[in-house]
Design a binder for this molecule. Structure first.
Ligand SMILES: C[S@@+](CC[C@H](N)C(=O)[O-])C[C@H]1O[C@@H](n2cnc3c(N)ncnc32)[C@H](O)[C@@H]1O
Length: 203
């Protein structure tokens, strides 16, 4: 795809049901994309330092675009080509720039940092916890939100894809935790953990 940076290994490793689930979802004519940024990001936007931002599993780019509008130099990474095409088209519509990487994060490294802000919304990959901390610049801020095991009340899911109580806070205990919460929304039938944390200026 023109304009997307594709690491050489990634395209061969995009197999598995989850890839096709997301690809099909993004490609469906019935899809109504989420447009506004995540509420957790919106709530804490004024606490973020400026500079370079990384949006991990960026999807159609709602959070990446929000950050780009606020002057960040934004890199997004996702393994869905359809989602990244949408993100790129939206950026063009608004005259914004996004650096988009098509990559399977289970198989490829994160884009090269350091980043002043790292955002991970509605995506859980435990093997990324350590690399995410390393990708942050000193004083850089991580916003991470994903679903918890309380989500199981609302339907069958693979519990391995859901956070255990306190898991996110524990995973980033080496960072300064600025805000953390575990919430349930019975109306939307969702349960999630949300973290805002800062990398210390000195190790
Ligand atoms: C629930 S969506 C969240 C998208 C975005 N963060 C948001 O909040 O709108 C999860 C995203 O993770 C991406 N994803 C799933 N597995 C991935 C992987 N192994 N590597 C890269 N992206 C992946 C999917 O393509 C999808 O865009």
């Amino acid at each position: 795809m023109e304009g997307l940076q594709i690491p050489p290994t990634s395209l061969h490793q995009r197999s598995g049901s989850d890839f096709w689930t997301w690809e099909e979802r993004y490609a469906s004519p019935r899809r109504r994309p989420r447009r506004g940024p995540s509420a957790w990001l919106l709530t804490h936007a004024d606490r973020l330092p400026g500079g370079r931002a990384l949006d991990v599993a960026t999807g159609e780019g709602r959070n990446a675009l929000f950050l780009a509008r606020r002057g960040f130099e934004v890199t997004g990474v996702d393994r869905s080509p359809t989602a990244l095409r949408t993100a790129r088209a939206r950026a063009r519509e608004e005259g914004l720039e996004l650096e988009l990487h098509l990559a399977d994060l289970e198989a490829c490294k994160l884009p090269a940092g350091p980043f002043d802000v790292v955002v991970v919304m509605r995506y859980l990959q435990r093997s990324l916890f350590e690399p995410l901390g390393r990708a942050l610049a000193p004083g850089g801020v991580l916003l991470y939100e994903s679903f918890t095991r309380d989500y199981l009340k609302y339907g069958p899911r693979n519990p391995e894809h859901l956070l255990r109580p306190g898991e996110l806070r524990q995973a980033f205990r080496d960072l300064e935790i600025l805000a953390y919460r575990e919430t349930e929304d019975p109306e939307r039938r969702e349960a999630r953990a949300s973290l805002l944390a800062r990398k210390p200026l000195k190790p």
